[in-house]
Design a protein around this ligand. Structure first.
Ligand code: B1M
Length: 231
C-alpha cells in the first residue's frame, strides 16, 4: 500500500464527503460506492448521501465542464461513478417509501442523452410511493404517446438538459393537445436549463427545480386530480 493512500473508512464524515467530491470528479466508481456504503453504515439518511455527497459533487463537475476544464470523456466517467452510488441508494430510498400514490411515465426528450437527473427523479418518486415507468433517453413524441396509451399513468414527466432540446417538450404537449388527450395527464417538466416561466409557456402543469420538488408537486397535483374526480 502506498504511504499516501487514503483509507476512506478512517476519514471523518466531513472529510469523507469532500473526498467523495474529488473521487466523483476523478470518475472513481469503486471509491464512490465504498464512500456511499460507509456513510450509510454510519447512519446517514440515504437522501443526505445523495444530495450532500453525490449531487453536490456533480455540481462541481458541471461547473468545470462548463468552463472547459473537464471534457466529455471525464464527465462520462464521473456520471458512471455517480450511477454506481445511486444504484446502492435506490433500494434504500424506495424502502423508506410510502403507500402507493399514483403512476408516472418519465423520459428524457428527443436529442438529449442526459439521464442522471431523470433517474434521480424516478428513484425519489418510487421512494415516495409512485409507480414509475422509465422510458430512458432520446424519446420522440410517438414514444411518449405510446407509453401514455399503454401505461395510463397519472403523470407524464419530461426531462431536458440542453437549451436545444427543451423546446421539444412543447412539441409533445402540443401533440397531446391536438389529440385531445392533454387534460388526461398531469405534466411535470424539469432539467437544469428550464425555469418556471418556461414550464408555463409550454403548457406544463409545473416545472420542478429538483427531485424533491418533483415529489411534492406530484403528490399535491395527484391529490387535487383525485379530489376533482370525486367532486
Ligand atoms: Co452534458 N451538458 N452535454 N453531458 N452535462 C450539460 C447539461 C451542460 C449544462 C454543461 C455545461 O456546459 N456546463 C451543457 C448544456 C449547455 C446548454 O444546453 N446550454 C452540456 C452539453 C453542452 C453537453 C454536450 C452537447 C457536450 C458535447 O458533446 N459537446 C453533450 C450533449 C449530448 C446530448 O444529450 N445529445 C453532453 C454530454 C454529456 C455526457 C454524456 C458527457 C454526460 C451525461 C451522462 C448521463 O446523463 N448519463 C453529461 C453531463 C453529466 C452533464 C452535466 C455535467 C451534469 C448533468 C447532471 O447529471 N447533473 C451538465 C452540467 C450541469 O447540469 N451542471 C451538462 C446532475 C443531476 C442530478 O442534475 O440533471 O439538473 P439535473 O437534474 C436535477 C434537476 O434538473 C431536476 O431534478 C434533478 C435532480 O434534482 N430534473 C427534473 C431533471 N429532470 C427532471 C425531470 C422532471 C423533474 C425534475 O420531471 C418531472
Amino acid at each position: 500500500m502506498a504511504d499516501d493512500e487514503i483509507i476512506l473508512s478512517e476519514l471523518s464524515d466531513d472529510e469523507l464527503v469532500l473526498q467523495m467530491h474529488d473521487d466523483l470528479y476523478d470518475g472513481l466508481k469503486e471509491e464512490i460506492e465504498d464512500g456511499v456504503n460507509i456513510l450509510i453504515e454510519r447512519g446517514w439518511a440515504p437522501y443526505d448521501v445523495l444530495t450532500k455527497a453525490l449531487v453536490a459533487g456533480m455540481t462541481i463537475v458541471g461547473a468545470d465542464f462548463r468552463d472547459g476544464i473537464l471534457f466529455v470523456p471525464e464527465v462520462l466517467l464521473a456520471a458512471n461513478a455517480m450511477k454506481g452510488g445511486m444504484a446502492i441508494l435506490k433500494p434504500l430510498l424506495i424502502a423508506t417509501g410510502a403507500p402507493r400514490m399514483g403512476k408516472m411515465v418519465i423520459g428524457t426528450v428527443k436529442g438529449d442523452i442526459h439521464d442522471i437527473g431523470k433517474n434521480l427523479v424516478g428513484m425519489m418518486m418510487e421512494g415516495a410511493g409512485f409507480e414509475v415507468k422509465d422510458l430512458g433517453i432520446n424519446n420522440s413524441v410517438e414514444k411518449y404517446l405510446e407509453a401514455l396509451e399503454a401505461e395510463q399513468p397519472d403523470i407524464l414527466g419530461m426531462s431536458a438538459l440542453l437549451t436545444t432540446t427543451m423546446p421539444y417538450m412543447k412539441v409533445v404537449i402540443d401533440t397531446m393537445k391536438e389529440k385531445g388527450m392533454r387534460e388526461e395527464f398531469i405534466i411535470l417538466v424539469g432539467g437544469a436549463p428550464l425555469n418556471e416561466e418556461f414550464g408555463k409557456a409550454i403548457g406544463a402543469d409545473a416545472y420542478c427545480r429538483d427531485a424533491a420538488v418533483a415529489v411534492e408537486t406530484a403528490k399535491a397535483l395527484v391529490l387535487r386530480k383525485h379530489n376533482a374526480l370525486r367532486a
